[in-house]
Design a protein around this ligand. Structure first.
Ligand SMILES: Cc1ncc(C[n+]2csc(CCOP(=O)(O)OP(=O)(O)O)c2C)c(N)n1
Ligand SMILES: [Mg+2]
Length: 311
Protein backbone atom coordinates (compact mmCIF):
# COMPACT_ATOMS: atom_id res chain seq x y z
CA UNK A 1 0.00 0.00 0.00
CA UNK A 2 2.79 2.36 0.98
CA UNK A 3 4.57 1.66 -2.29
CA UNK A 4 1.43 2.36 -4.27
CA UNK A 5 0.91 5.64 -2.43
CA UNK A 6 4.49 6.64 -2.99
CA UNK A 7 4.20 6.02 -6.70
CA UNK A 8 1.46 8.62 -6.99
CA UNK A 9 2.30 11.78 -8.87
CA UNK A 10 4.12 14.37 -6.81
CA UNK A 11 2.08 17.53 -6.41
CA UNK A 12 3.28 20.71 -8.07
CA UNK A 13 5.42 22.88 -5.81
CA UNK A 14 5.82 26.61 -5.74
CA UNK A 15 9.00 27.73 -7.50
CA UNK A 16 10.42 28.72 -4.15
CA UNK A 17 10.21 25.19 -2.74
CA UNK A 18 11.52 23.57 -5.90
CA UNK A 19 14.42 26.02 -6.03
CA UNK A 20 15.35 25.14 -2.47
CA UNK A 21 15.18 21.42 -3.19
CA UNK A 22 17.37 21.89 -6.24
CA UNK A 23 19.79 24.12 -4.37
CA UNK A 24 20.38 21.43 -1.76
CA UNK A 25 20.69 18.71 -4.43
CA UNK A 26 23.24 20.58 -6.55
CA UNK A 27 25.11 21.84 -3.50
CA UNK A 28 25.60 18.26 -2.30
CA UNK A 29 26.60 16.98 -5.73
CA UNK A 30 29.11 19.81 -5.98
CA UNK A 31 30.61 18.83 -2.61
CA UNK A 32 31.17 15.26 -3.78
CA UNK A 33 32.78 16.62 -6.94
CA UNK A 34 35.05 18.94 -4.93
CA UNK A 35 36.09 16.07 -2.68
CA UNK A 36 36.76 13.90 -5.69
CA UNK A 37 39.12 16.58 -7.00
CA UNK A 38 40.89 16.86 -3.64
CA UNK A 39 39.64 20.42 -3.11
CA UNK A 40 38.16 19.79 0.35
CA UNK A 41 39.63 18.53 3.60
CA UNK A 42 38.06 16.47 6.36
CA UNK A 43 34.86 14.60 5.67
CA UNK A 44 31.29 15.35 4.66
CA UNK A 45 27.96 13.55 4.66
CA UNK A 46 25.47 14.51 1.99
CA UNK A 47 21.69 14.40 2.34
CA UNK A 48 21.16 13.38 -1.28
CA UNK A 49 17.68 11.84 -1.52
CA UNK A 50 16.56 13.35 1.81
CA UNK A 51 16.39 17.02 0.74
CA UNK A 52 12.60 17.13 0.89
CA UNK A 53 12.56 16.62 4.67
CA UNK A 54 13.87 20.06 5.75
CA UNK A 55 12.21 21.73 2.76
CA UNK A 56 8.80 20.43 3.86
CA UNK A 57 9.44 21.52 7.45
CA UNK A 58 10.99 24.94 6.77
CA UNK A 59 7.86 27.14 6.77
CA UNK A 60 6.51 25.37 9.85
CA UNK A 61 9.32 26.97 11.86
CA UNK A 62 9.61 30.57 12.94
CA UNK A 63 12.80 32.56 13.42
CA UNK A 64 12.66 32.05 17.19
CA UNK A 65 12.50 28.28 16.96
CA UNK A 66 15.73 26.40 17.62
CA UNK A 67 16.99 23.79 15.17
CA UNK A 68 19.55 21.18 16.18
CA UNK A 69 21.10 19.32 13.31
CA UNK A 70 23.47 16.41 12.93
CA UNK A 71 26.35 15.20 10.75
CA UNK A 72 24.09 15.11 7.67
CA UNK A 73 23.00 18.69 8.08
CA UNK A 74 23.69 20.74 4.94
CA UNK A 75 20.06 20.53 3.86
CA UNK A 76 18.88 21.51 7.32
CA UNK A 77 21.10 24.59 7.23
CA UNK A 78 20.21 25.61 3.68
CA UNK A 79 16.48 25.21 4.37
CA UNK A 80 16.85 27.45 7.41
CA UNK A 81 19.09 30.18 6.00
CA UNK A 82 19.38 29.72 2.21
CA UNK A 83 23.03 30.62 2.55
CA UNK A 84 25.08 28.39 0.24
CA UNK A 85 27.97 30.88 0.18
CA UNK A 86 28.46 30.86 3.96
CA UNK A 87 28.10 27.08 4.21
CA UNK A 88 30.46 26.30 1.35
CA UNK A 89 32.97 28.81 2.70
CA UNK A 90 32.72 27.03 6.05
CA UNK A 91 33.33 23.65 4.47
CA UNK A 92 36.15 24.96 2.26
CA UNK A 93 37.73 27.15 4.95
CA UNK A 94 37.31 30.39 3.02
CA UNK A 95 36.47 33.93 4.05
CA UNK A 96 32.78 34.44 4.75
CA UNK A 97 32.52 31.06 6.50
CA UNK A 98 29.57 30.79 8.90
CA UNK A 99 31.80 29.77 11.82
CA UNK A 100 35.11 31.18 10.70
CA UNK A 101 36.00 27.86 9.09
CA UNK A 102 36.53 26.00 12.38
CA UNK A 103 33.26 24.07 12.34
CA UNK A 104 33.46 22.60 8.86
CA UNK A 105 30.72 20.40 7.49
CA UNK A 106 29.36 19.05 10.76
CA UNK A 107 29.68 21.72 13.43
CA UNK A 108 27.76 24.83 12.56
CA UNK A 109 26.38 27.43 14.91
CA UNK A 110 24.38 30.38 13.73
CA UNK A 111 21.68 32.18 15.68
CA UNK A 112 19.28 29.51 16.88
CA UNK A 113 20.77 26.76 14.75
CA UNK A 114 23.43 24.30 15.84
CA UNK A 115 24.73 21.05 14.43
CA UNK A 116 26.97 18.35 15.87
CA UNK A 117 28.61 15.25 14.45
CA UNK A 118 28.36 13.45 17.79
CA UNK A 119 25.42 11.07 17.57
CA UNK A 120 22.72 11.71 20.14
CA UNK A 121 24.50 14.63 21.77
CA UNK A 122 21.96 17.15 20.58
CA UNK A 123 18.93 15.38 22.10
CA UNK A 124 19.46 16.35 25.75
CA UNK A 125 20.69 19.79 24.69
CA UNK A 126 17.54 20.32 22.63
CA UNK A 127 15.40 19.09 25.52
CA UNK A 128 17.12 21.56 27.82
CA UNK A 129 16.56 24.38 25.37
CA UNK A 130 12.92 23.30 25.05
CA UNK A 131 12.59 23.55 28.85
CA UNK A 132 13.97 27.07 28.72
CA UNK A 133 11.63 27.99 25.88
CA UNK A 134 8.61 26.63 27.73
CA UNK A 135 9.40 28.94 30.64
CA UNK A 136 10.79 32.00 28.87
CA UNK A 137 9.26 31.97 25.38
CA UNK A 138 5.99 30.02 25.36
CA UNK A 139 4.95 28.92 21.87
CA UNK A 140 8.52 28.56 20.61
CA UNK A 141 9.88 25.06 19.95
CA UNK A 142 13.16 23.18 19.67
CA UNK A 143 13.54 20.81 16.74
CA UNK A 144 16.22 18.14 16.66
CA UNK A 145 17.13 16.01 13.65
CA UNK A 146 18.49 12.52 14.30
CA UNK A 147 18.99 9.38 12.23
CA UNK A 148 17.73 5.86 12.85
CA UNK A 149 21.16 4.70 14.03
CA UNK A 150 21.24 7.42 16.65
CA UNK A 151 18.51 5.56 18.53
CA UNK A 152 21.38 3.39 19.77
CA UNK A 153 22.49 6.25 22.02
CA UNK A 154 21.14 6.31 25.59
CA UNK A 155 20.98 10.11 25.64
CA UNK A 156 18.05 9.90 23.20
CA UNK A 157 15.95 8.15 25.84
CA UNK A 158 16.92 10.44 28.69
CA UNK A 159 15.79 13.37 26.58
CA UNK A 160 12.53 11.69 25.52
CA UNK A 161 11.76 10.83 29.12
CA UNK A 162 12.08 14.40 30.34
CA UNK A 163 10.41 15.87 27.26
CA UNK A 164 7.37 13.75 27.99
CA UNK A 165 7.39 14.21 31.76
CA UNK A 166 7.81 17.97 31.58
CA UNK A 167 5.67 18.41 28.45
CA UNK A 168 8.43 20.15 26.57
CA UNK A 169 8.02 21.78 23.14
CA UNK A 170 10.44 19.30 21.58
CA UNK A 171 10.09 18.09 17.99
CA UNK A 172 12.26 15.10 17.16
CA UNK A 173 12.64 14.59 13.41
CA UNK A 174 13.93 11.13 12.62
CA UNK A 175 15.38 10.65 9.17
CA UNK A 176 15.09 6.89 9.00
CA UNK A 177 17.05 6.02 5.88
CA UNK A 178 17.29 2.38 6.86
CA UNK A 179 21.01 2.43 7.49
CA UNK A 180 23.63 3.78 9.89
CA UNK A 181 26.92 4.15 8.06
CA UNK A 182 27.13 0.52 6.88
CA UNK A 183 24.75 -1.20 9.32
CA UNK A 184 21.17 -1.75 8.14
CA UNK A 185 18.58 -0.61 10.68
CA UNK A 186 17.12 -4.11 10.71
CA UNK A 187 20.46 -5.40 12.01
CA UNK A 188 20.68 -3.01 14.95
CA UNK A 189 17.22 -1.84 16.06
CA UNK A 190 14.88 -4.05 18.07
CA UNK A 191 11.25 -2.97 17.95
CA UNK A 192 10.66 0.31 16.18
CA UNK A 193 10.96 4.07 16.51
CA UNK A 194 7.18 4.19 17.02
CA UNK A 195 7.22 1.74 19.92
CA UNK A 196 10.16 3.49 21.54
CA UNK A 197 8.34 6.84 21.39
CA UNK A 198 5.22 5.15 22.76
CA UNK A 199 7.22 3.79 25.70
CA UNK A 200 7.63 7.38 26.86
CA UNK A 201 4.10 8.45 26.01
CA UNK A 202 5.38 10.60 23.15
CA UNK A 203 3.26 10.95 20.02
CA UNK A 204 4.74 9.38 16.90
CA UNK A 205 3.92 10.48 13.37
CA UNK A 206 5.14 8.45 10.39
CA UNK A 207 5.80 10.11 7.03
CA UNK A 208 6.25 7.84 4.03
CA UNK A 209 5.52 10.43 1.36
CA UNK A 210 8.16 12.47 -0.44
CA UNK A 211 5.60 15.07 -1.50
CA UNK A 212 6.57 18.38 0.12
CA UNK A 213 3.07 19.88 0.03
CA UNK A 214 1.45 16.77 1.44
CA UNK A 215 4.02 16.36 4.22
CA UNK A 216 3.77 19.99 5.23
CA UNK A 217 0.01 19.92 5.44
CA UNK A 218 0.01 16.70 7.45
CA UNK A 219 2.45 18.20 9.97
CA UNK A 220 0.82 21.56 10.55
CA UNK A 221 -1.40 20.44 13.42
CA UNK A 222 1.09 18.10 15.14
CA UNK A 223 3.77 20.81 15.06
CA UNK A 224 1.32 23.35 16.47
CA UNK A 225 0.65 20.89 19.31
CA UNK A 226 4.41 20.72 20.03
CA UNK A 227 4.33 24.45 20.67
CA UNK A 228 1.66 23.86 23.28
CA UNK A 229 3.88 21.35 25.12
CA UNK A 230 3.13 18.07 23.40
CA UNK A 231 6.47 16.58 22.33
CA UNK A 232 6.46 14.74 19.03
CA UNK A 233 8.56 12.24 17.13
CA UNK A 234 8.14 12.57 13.38
CA UNK A 235 9.72 9.66 11.58
CA UNK A 236 10.45 10.03 7.89
CA UNK A 237 10.87 6.74 6.04
CA UNK A 238 13.48 8.03 3.65
CA UNK A 239 16.39 6.90 1.49
CA UNK A 240 20.04 7.81 1.44
CA UNK A 241 20.89 8.18 -2.21
CA UNK A 242 24.62 8.63 -1.82
CA UNK A 243 27.37 7.06 0.24
CA UNK A 244 27.53 7.47 4.03
CA UNK A 245 30.19 10.13 3.63
CA UNK A 246 32.19 10.00 0.41
CA UNK A 247 33.38 6.78 -1.19
CA UNK A 248 32.10 4.37 1.44
CA UNK A 249 28.96 2.86 -0.04
CA UNK A 250 28.97 -0.88 0.44
CA UNK A 251 25.23 -1.42 0.10
CA UNK A 252 23.97 -4.19 -2.20
CA UNK A 253 22.82 -3.04 -5.63
CA UNK A 254 19.12 -3.57 -4.85
CA UNK A 255 19.29 -1.22 -1.82
CA UNK A 256 20.89 1.50 -3.93
CA UNK A 257 18.28 0.90 -6.64
CA UNK A 258 15.46 1.25 -4.07
CA UNK A 259 16.88 4.63 -3.07
CA UNK A 260 17.03 5.71 -6.72
CA UNK A 261 13.47 4.55 -7.33
CA UNK A 262 12.30 6.78 -4.48
CA UNK A 263 14.31 9.81 -5.53
CA UNK A 264 12.04 12.89 -5.61
CA UNK A 265 14.39 14.50 -8.16
CA UNK A 266 13.76 11.97 -10.90
CA UNK A 267 10.09 11.67 -10.07
CA UNK A 268 9.52 15.43 -10.01
CA UNK A 269 11.32 15.85 -13.36
CA UNK A 270 8.97 13.27 -14.78
CA UNK A 271 5.81 14.70 -13.20
CA UNK A 272 6.44 18.40 -13.88
CA UNK A 273 8.99 18.58 -16.70
CA UNK A 274 8.45 22.20 -17.77
CA UNK A 275 8.89 23.71 -14.32
CA UNK A 276 11.67 21.28 -13.44
CA UNK A 277 13.80 21.98 -16.50
CA UNK A 278 13.20 25.73 -16.25
CA UNK A 279 14.68 25.79 -12.75
CA UNK A 280 17.09 22.86 -12.65
CA UNK A 281 19.64 24.31 -15.08
CA UNK A 282 19.46 27.72 -13.44
CA UNK A 283 20.12 26.42 -9.94
CA UNK A 284 22.86 24.10 -11.16
CA UNK A 285 24.59 27.07 -12.82
CA UNK A 286 24.16 29.15 -9.65
CA UNK A 287 25.86 26.47 -7.57
CA UNK A 288 28.71 26.25 -10.12
CA UNK A 289 29.22 30.00 -9.88
CA UNK A 290 29.05 29.95 -6.06
CA UNK A 291 31.66 27.20 -5.90
CA UNK A 292 34.02 29.05 -8.23
CA UNK A 293 33.58 32.30 -6.35
CA UNK A 294 34.03 30.78 -2.87
CA UNK A 295 37.04 28.68 -3.93
CA UNK A 296 38.78 31.84 -5.11
CA UNK A 297 38.43 33.57 -1.71
CA UNK A 298 41.35 33.80 0.74
CA UNK A 299 41.43 31.35 3.66
CA UNK A 300 39.01 31.98 6.50
CA UNK A 301 40.13 33.34 9.85
CA UNK A 302 38.38 32.64 13.11
CA UNK A 303 38.25 36.10 14.58
CA UNK A 304 37.04 34.85 17.95
CA UNK A 305 40.10 32.64 18.23
CA UNK A 306 42.37 35.43 19.43
CA UNK A 307 40.27 36.11 22.54
CA UNK A 308 39.84 32.37 23.11
CA UNK A 309 43.59 31.79 22.93
CA UNK A 310 44.26 34.68 25.28
CA UNK A 311 41.88 33.40 27.94
C1 LIG B 1 28.70 9.05 19.46
C2 LIG B 1 29.09 8.72 18.03
N1 LIG B 1 29.31 7.43 17.69
C3 LIG B 1 29.66 7.12 16.42
C4 LIG B 1 29.81 8.11 15.47
C5 LIG B 1 30.21 7.76 14.04
N2 LIG B 1 29.06 7.90 13.14
C6 LIG B 1 28.88 9.02 12.41
S1 LIG B 1 27.47 8.95 11.50
C7 LIG B 1 27.11 7.43 12.10
C8 LIG B 1 25.89 6.70 11.65
C9 LIG B 1 24.66 7.47 11.96
O1 LIG B 1 23.55 6.79 11.47
P1 LIG B 1 22.14 7.44 11.51
O2 LIG B 1 21.85 7.98 12.86
O3 LIG B 1 21.19 6.43 10.98
O4 LIG B 1 22.27 8.68 10.53
P2 LIG B 1 22.56 8.67 8.96
O5 LIG B 1 24.04 8.70 8.79
O6 LIG B 1 21.96 7.46 8.37
O7 LIG B 1 21.92 9.92 8.45
C10 LIG B 1 28.07 6.98 12.98
C11 LIG B 1 28.05 5.67 13.67
C12 LIG B 1 29.56 9.44 15.86
N3 LIG B 1 29.65 10.44 14.99
N4 LIG B 1 29.18 9.72 17.14
MG1 LIG C 1 20.42 6.26 9.08
Amino acid sequence: MTEILDRLRLSRLGDDDLELLLLIRHFELKLLELYGRGDLNGTTHTCLGQEYVPVALAPLFGEHDHVFSNHRGHGHYLARFRDPHGLLAEIMGRQGAVCGGVGGSQHIHRDRYMSTGVQGESMPVAAGVALHLKRAEPGVLACVYIGDGTWGEGAVYEALNLASLWRLPLLVVVENNGIAQSTPTTAQMAGSVASRAAAFGVTHHLVVSTDVNEIRTSLEEPVAAVRAGRPLVVEFATHRLGPHSKGDDIRPADAVQAARDNDWYVRYANDHPDQFHRLDGTIRAQVEAIADEVAARPPSRWEASSSWEAS
